[in-house]
Design a protein around this ligand. Sequence first.
Ligand code: PLP
Length: 381
Amino acid sequence: MSVTCGCRHRNSSPCTGTTTDVPRRTFARINIRHLQHNLQRVRDVAPASRIMACVKANGYGHGLLAVARALQPLVDGLAVATLEEAQALRDAGLSGRVLLLEGVHAEDDWKTASRLGLDVAITDSVQLEWLRAVALETPVQCWLKLDTGMHRLGVMPGELAGILETLHETAGATANVTLMTHFASADNENPAAATAQLARFLSCSEALALPLSSANSAAILSLPDSHLDWVRPGYMLYGGSPFAHVSAADCGLLPVMDFHSQVISVRDVAAGERVGYGGRWTATRPTRIATVAAGYGDGYPRHAPDGTPVLVSGKAAPLAGTVSMDMLTVDVTDLEHCRPGDPVILWGEGLPVDTIAHAAQTIGYELLAAMPARTPREISH
Ligand SMILES: *Cc1c(COP(=O)(O)O)cnc(C)c1O
């Protein structure tokens, strides 16, 4: 078979791409049962809301089609950021509701969205002008986004009444419009900000009798009043915590991605020797260094500092030295019998991606979304 998509599907239905049988021992195992568990968490926490599951950015790096296929039968819709992502879902035969979160970026995009049968967010009045200028065979279900304080996308509260009136007179839009907004505070550090945005959203929509949607993962878990008609979970579905100071486990979530690699070399270095590019790490004692077959070219963050935990044969050992493109080095002096071939977990079960992200001064969202195509996804059901 030939390579076209970079994912290996050992136990799953075939994907649109095919795969070689060349073994790769650095890979991301995608645990579909954990994805289903996390979805059930959303249902338990927000039982009265419909679920629009976010699968943008290649399913937060897990593989768009694998997660979309697993989620679609269990949710009310899938949300993507780009028309390409929506097209990929349709090409794969997924026919349920798909919401284009950012809306269209040009007049012609409305034709594509209509042909694909998408739900489309209107996030700027220019998109409505384009919709009025274009002739569509099938009208589109629109989600009108209100800017309640994030100031990135959405129409301003003062424009809402006029835009809704125009939208109702627009042939290219169906009559059933959903009103949405998005919270700026990605965690619960500043609950007052999200509460204020929610209050603004509710007061603007009070007299309108439209379905409402506001909650992302953080709001689903921490702001029950925000659940409304539709929740829009993303990160929590993949088993990450949207909060800086609450672990995913404490949120009742299970990691969907286990990032696997293996030790490919072990060596002794004397005290005073330096390890890796730039000699960032210096041995302060006679040290055993294990070299692992994964680097930033495989999705491990180059900014991870010395001491970041790596699981070698299930035991935590500290990263030692700058991460290379294809390799990283770990101080395994305190582990017994470390040998080439030993299994390594870079994040996942037993080592939350949030821990690695925190060490590398980023968020788990970025690490997952940045997982490159080179790292095969192994789907496990
Ligand atoms: C990505 C996204 C979400 C999901 O956010 P999470 O924090 O990953 O749950 C919800 N709504 C919109 C508009 C988004 O772009």
